[in-house]
Design a protein around this ligand. Structure first.
Ligand SMILES: NC(=O)c1ccc[n+]([C@@H]2O[C@H](COP(=O)([O-])OP(=O)(O)OC[C@H]3O[C@@H](n4cnc5c(N)ncnc54)[C@H](OP(=O)(O)O)[C@@H]3O)[C@@H](O)[C@H]2O)c1
Length: 262
């Protein structure tokens, strides 16, 4: 993988899997690239980074899932960003489609987590509390955070007793501002939003996206898949972004955009 913007010519070895122990050089290089502007410690709210992948023509999924769009370098960035995060935030649609489960230390670079828990927490936003499609979510000693509404179905809420940490944010639907504040109150300062498009659309509209890491996958997909940011509102707010860097590998472009300081 080569850094092509800014032009440094830096080469980073693409590694197939994560692990503990001493950090390989390319992981330290990548962490320096992705860590250099995430400065939440001085801000009064957490830093929210989104990580998404799209086909060249803008599709956010192939056959209903984003995995088919990925490649080795993109997966390395995906793992790196998880390794740097305090909490991973996803919508329930993504948790169901992508069969989400807890992030375990053997799947990340634990050497990047000095002073942090061995793995990031997982927070899932849901109104329906329908988790039938994602049994892995609750299959470990690491209960997920479920962010739901004041009107959540009492029976479904009861079924999550002791299996999840429940956060209520909003009345009829989750208010994403309140959700992010709740995560900050739990001590999470680095939030990694992994989608999906509808949750990301709300975070963007609320002005909460500080950074977008977007991989462009070298494929034209056609089909009916939506974009990486979805909105119910035609007049959705726009977020200006500054290109921070671009990495390239085998036709994949791993871009990083940050919101310029006000
Ligand atoms: N290309 C990529 O990088 C990428 C990343 C992630 C996902 N995806 C793809 O995107 C697709 C899923 O898209 P999506 O937009 O439906 O996913 P999503 O945003 O993850 O899920 C939508 C669901 O999240 C919950 N939700 C979102 N906002 C809420 C709010 N304000 N209040 C309460 N609940 C809220 C609701 O769950 P309930 O129905 O439980 O109430 C809603 O149905 C899948 O095909 C997935 O593979 C692609």
């Amino acid at each position: 993988m080569r850094q092509i913007f800014p032009v440094t010519g830096q080469e980073l070895e693409v590694l197939p899997a994560a692990g503990g122990g001493p950090l390989p050089r390319s992981i330290s290089q990548l962490a320096a690239l992705y860590g250099n502007e995430a400065g939440p410690t001085t801000a009064d709210r957490p830093w929210l980074r989104a990580n998404m992948i799209s086909s060249v023509d803008g599709a956010s999924a192939l056959s209903g899932r984003s995995g088919g769009l990925g490649g080795p370098a993109d997966r390395m960035v995906f793992t790196l960003l998880r390794s740097l995060a305090d909490v991973i935030l996803v919508g329930a649609g993504t948790a169901r489609e992508e069969h989400y489960g807890p992030v375990t230390p053997d799947r990340i670079w634990t050497g990047l987590r000095v002073g942090k828990p061995p793995a990031p927490a997982l927070a899932v936003v849901s109104r329906s509390l329908d988790f039938d499609g994602c049994p892995r979510l609750f299959d470990s000693s690491l209960p997920p955070i479920v962010i739901t509404t004041a009107k959540a179905h009492p029976g479904r809420l009861g079924a999550l007793d002791r299996r999840a940490r429940i956060v209520r944010a909003g009345h009829d639907r989750v208010n994403v501002d309140e959700a992010v504040t709740a995560l900050a109150d739990l001590g999470y300062r680095q939030i990694l939003a992994e989608g999906g498009p509808h949750l990301l659309g709300q975070l963007a509209e609320a002005g909460l996206v500080d950074e977008l890491c977007l991989t462009i996958s070298p494929v034209l997909s056609g089909g009916t898949a939506g974009r990486v940011v979805a909105s119910f509102d035609e007049k959705a707010a726009t977020t200006p972004l500054r290109l921070a860097h671009v990495l390239a590998d085998k036709g994949f472009l791993m871009t990083r955009y940050v919101r310029p300081a006000d």
